[in-house]
Design a protein around this ligand. Structure first.
Ligand code: 5GP
Length: 189
């Protein structure tokens, strides 16, 4: 049976790399995995491609799509930007026996867990806060104010981490191990 997996964790914690490695592992094992592509009203970061990393849409279009009930869940993030999971695509992949990953924030997780208690919630943690700040700074894609908002959001998310089914710490330089841990969690669930 296909599995719905929610992966959350503070910005800059390494979720993207963990998921990329997970995709490779699924491919190697000849298993089907779909990573949901969210819609967002934030601007693309350098190197981000529309339709690959996100669907970058205007706020007007986002609000229109809320009205049409197009989202499985959506949230207005601390930065004031909207993020939402397109409902029909996720449902289609699940029906076709794909495991589906949603990389969403804690509010999205709470909404989905209520509707689908069987989903697997995994929270990726940084080894410590200082490390997270350095990772965000090193990414160099955001100004200091945005970094501070993201850090404040991270602190609030970290306080609520126990609502997740599993916690995985992504130690510096150990992302392969973290991804392997996530794969094993999904496999046994
Ligand atoms: P970022 O701007 O760093 O790509 O994402 C900011 C936050 O929004 C991250 O915690 C990310 O997981 C979350 N996010 C991305 N897509 C969605 C979505 O569709 N729904 C919700 N609720 N959060 C999302």
């Amino acid at each position: 049976m296909s599995k719905l997996i929610i992966i959350s964790g503070p910005s800059g914690v390494g979720k993207g790399t963990i998921i990329e490695l997970l995709k490779k592992r699924y491919l190697k094992e000849n298993k089907k995995l779909y990573l949901s592509i969210s819609c967002t009203t934030r601007s693309p970061r350098e190197g981000e491609i529309d339709g690959v990393h996100y669907y970058f849409i205007s706020e007007d279009e986002f609000l229109e799509r809320i009205k049409r009930n197009d989202f499985l869940e959506y949230n207005k993030y601390g930065t004031g930007k909207y993020y939402g999971t397109p409902k029909s695509t996720v449902m289609d992949y699940l029906k076709q026996d794909y495991d589906v990953i949603l990389e969403i924030d804690i509010n999205g997780y709470k909404r989905i867990k209520k509707e689908c208690p069987n989903c697997i919630g995994i929270f990726i943690m940084p080894p410590n806060e200082e490390e997270l700040y350095q990772r965000l700074k090193n990414r160099g894609t955001e100004d200091e104010k945005t970094i501070q908002i993201r850090l404040a959001t991270a602190q609030s998310e970290l306080k609520q981490k126990d609502i997740y089914d599993y916690l995985v710490v992504n130690y510096d330089g150990k992302v392969e191990k973290s991804s392997e841990e996530v794969y094993n969690i999904i496999n046994k669930s």
